[in-house]
Design a binder for this molecule. Structure first.
Ligand code: 8YV
Length: 324
């Protein structure tokens, strides 16, 4: 019997799985206050920082299971040095996150949140050709995808096959397998920014992607363009984005992630036209959160049974880059 400490509010079926495997589940409300001395498995969230100091407090630890595809909250080097497995939850959240990306793109382009507010406040606009709350067309436009991993490709499929959009993309290297069937064109970030009506971010957060979207990037975008970010907040310089929106350098933004969650840059909060702000809900559907929890549990149970984890985070020695 091993002790599994969980920061995640697991579902009844996860609790049953742990019981069936003969382990004990301990619910913890904060990593900082938890007694981890006997913990052999830790289930954690993106908001939990798992650094060398936390690992030091858990001498029995064998696996850290992040309930997220991203894992920049975990010091993977420190874990690997101690022989601790780190796992994430790829694939199971790809389609939901892609759905959410399109939801933000459509909402920002067609001003759905502003429209909803107007109706609720009794400001139903009078009919006119140059109608108040008119938006920007999505179908047939050009979508620039930055980071063509699993989620980027799922967004591209929806945009291409659902909305007849032309797909441009920038990634570390061209991906001929993804290009097939999508007519997607690989190009430099600079070219992509100059040519896209919508730009959607799907890169992991790494030192290289920190503030990849800064004042210069916004200068390079079309003034009619809308930026969508469901990846990581710190890929965008939020102050520069607020300024680009205020000055009309770009037309709008659909954001799900922020540099300093749960705080949002105060200047962004003031912007309404073509700006939609969601609170990090990319994978937040009932079905997907169940699938994420199930995968995290299966990773933990595999390691505790002496088997390899199903979805290990690549050990740093492989030099494999994280994928979204
Ligand atoms: C997380 C996410 O599920 O998977 C990721 O990397 O950003 C989200 O889907 C959420 O933050 C819960 O940890």
């Amino acid at each position: 019997m091993a002790i599994i400490a969980s920061r995640a509010d697991l579902f009844p079926e996860n609790i049953a799985d742990v019981k069936r495997a003969g382990h004990r589940l301990q619910s913890i409300d904060a990593i900082a206050r938890a007694d981890l001395r006997s913990t052999e498995a830790l289930i954690c969230l993106l908001s939990d920082r798992i650094d060398a100091a936390v690992l030091h407090r858990a001498p029995q630890l064998r696996v850290v299971a992040n309930v997220a595809v991203g894992y920049e909250n975990i010091d993977v080097d420190a874990a690997t040095e101690r022989g601790i497995h780190v796992t994430n939850t790829p694939d199971v959240l790809t389609e939901s996150t892609a759905d959410h990306t399109l939801a933000l793109l459509l909402a920002a382009a067609r001003r759905i949140v502003e429209a909803d507010t107007a109706v609720r406040e009794g400001r139903f606009p009078t009919w006119g050709l140059q109608q108040a709350l008119s938006g920007i067309d999505v179908h047939g436009k050009t979508l620039g995808i930055v980071g063509m991993g699993r989620i980027g490709a799922a967004v591209a499929r929806r945009a291409r096959h659902g909305f007849g959009m032309s797909i441009l993309y920038h990634a570390r290297a061209p991906k001929p397998d993804v290009e097939n069937g999508l007519d997607a064109r690989y190009m430099s970030l600079e070219q992509l920014l100059a040519s896209s009506d919508f730009v959607s971010l799907h890169v992991p957060f790494t030192p290289e992607t920190h503030h990849l979207f800064d004042a210069l990037a916004f200068e390079r975008m079309k003034s009619s363009a809308i930026l969508i970010n469901v990846a990581r907040g710190a890929v965008v310089d939020e102050a520069a984005l607020a300024q680009a929106l205020q000055t009309g350098q770009i037309a709008g933004a659909g954001l799900d992630v922020y540099e300093d969650e749960p705080n949002v840059h105060p200047e962004l909060l003031k912007l309404k036209k073509h700006v939609v702000l969601a609170p990090h809900l990319g994978s937040a559907t009932e079905e997907t959160r169940r699938a994420m929890a199930d995968l995290a549990i299966r990773n933990v149970l595999a390691v505790l049974a002496g088997k390899p984890p199903l979805t290990p985070v690549p050990p740093p020695s492989t030099h494999e880059q994280p994928k979204m």
